[in-house]
Design a protein around this ligand. Structure first.
Ligand SMILES: Nc1nc2c(ncn2[C@@H]2O[C@H](COP(=O)(O)OP(=O)(O)OP(=O)(O)O)[C@@H](O)[C@H]2O)c(=O)[nH]1
Ligand SMILES: [Mg+2]
Ligand SMILES: [Zn+2]
Length: 342
């Protein structure tokens, strides 16, 4: 039986679009029941083996998933080699608290992060320059671009070359516009289905991975405006690059950098105020209502709550080939009818 290696470029429910390098084509796949049985999830970015290719309907079955080099929870993706945090200087306005929160959240994934600020055309040069200076003080060298004026795109493209990058950031900052500017191959877009709001504005609903023309891949992701912090209080300070060199110099090894004597971190740096706010959040964070049913709470060090997933057992049912074909046909029909997002 012939097997091919591929990359999962989008996922919805139990269907996956997989790009097969060797065939230079996209196949809509289900996963082998055994993978489901052993609880093996499949994420966008996963390297997989596919079998049972049906060239007529362009469908196949995923039979194996290779070990991952990285996993991101939100947006969900495997094997990203870097994160490009994308914000706009205006429209939506650049909010330092929101940006800081995203930066902390992103740093906590331990995947390398870079920052790009879009829409320089909407602010004065002076304002753009001030933001650049300010963010250097936060330990970042942001790249400033304007997609509508096509400024800074070459530099951005060279940064993305041969990497697997995920774009992350709030809604409306221009992430999908960047994909459109860089991904020339319109045939790729056939395998990608994007949603459309009633207002007529395109908004991304799912993570989708695109091949870049000169090598590398770039994932678009849905914007989200509130990044929740999920790290332990003792780890928080290491996610602020501007104080990283001073870590480990406090008198107490478990210093939380508030009132402790001989603290090397407490002081007058711009984001110290963010640090204190985020610290109080991670110290007191309650469990969101919606997660209560699937998580159990455990008390740990310094009375800090930890959430552990409750184990869940599901009945396992083998999908017949006939059922699979029906499901695929149903999906295709939906797609043709309404360009519905998966
Ligand atoms: N003025 C200006 N507008 C831009 C620029 N880049 C993108 N836009 C506009 O910003 C709006 C939002 O762009 P999108 O690319 O859809 O934003 P997104 O980040 O993908 O948004 P979500 O999918 O909701 O997360 C669109 O109307 C774009 O035309 C830019 O450089 N300057
Ligand atoms: Mg988008
Ligand atoms: Zn300290």
């Amino acid at each position: 039986m012939s097997q091919y290696q591929g990359t999962v470029i989008s996922a919805l429910a139990n269907f996956y679009w997989v790009f097969l390098e060797e065939l230079d084509g996209y196949f809509l796949c289900t996963r082998r029941s055994l993978l489901k049985k052993i609880g093996k999830s499949i994420l966008v970015g996963d390297l997989v083996i596919v079998e049972e290719l049906d060239y007529k309907s362009h469908s196949a079955v995923i039979s194996q998933v290779f070990p991952r080099s990285s996993i991101l929870k939100r947006p969900p993706m495997a094997n990203a080699s870097q994160i490009l945090l994308f914000f706009a200087l205006a429209d939506p306005p650049l909010d330092p608290w929101q940006l800081s929160r995203f930066l902390i959240k992103t740093e906590s994934t331990h995947v390398p992060v870079s920052l790009c600020l879009n829409k320089t055309d909407l602010v004065s040069q002076e304002q753009a320059w001030q933001w650049q200076q300010r963010l250097q003080g936060w330990g970042y060298q942001p790249l400033l671009v304007s997609l509508s004026r096509q400024e800074g795109i070459e530099q951005l493209a060279s940064y993305l070359l041969n990497e697997i990058t995920i774009l992350s950031g709030p809604s409306g900052v221009g992430k999908s516009s960047l994909i459109n500017a860089l991904v020339l191959d319109s045939s790729q877009k056939v395998a990608h289905v994007s949603g459309k709001l009633h207002r007529g504005r395109h908004t991304t609903r799912h993570v989708e991975l695109f091949k870049l023309p000169n090598g590398g891949m770039l994932a678009d992701s849905p914007g989200f405006n509130q990044a929740d912090l999920e790290c332990s209080p003792g780890d928080l300070a290491q996610f602020f690059p501007e104080v990283k060199p001073r870590l480990g110099q406090c008198q107490f090894s478990n210093c939380l950098h508030r009132e402790e004597p001989n603290c090397a971190i407490r002081g007058n740096w711009e984001r110290y105020e963010h640090y204190l706010q985020f610290l109080s959040e991670v110290l007191t964070e309650g469990i969101p209502e919606s997660r209560e049913s699937t998580f159990k709470v455990k008390m740990g060090y310094q009375g800090i709550k930890h959430f552990e997933p409750k184990l869940e057992f599901k009945k396992y049912r083998q999908n017949s080939r006939k059922q699979r074909q029906q499901d695929l046909q149903h999906l295709y029909r939906q797609d043709e009818d309404s360009q519905l997002d998966f």
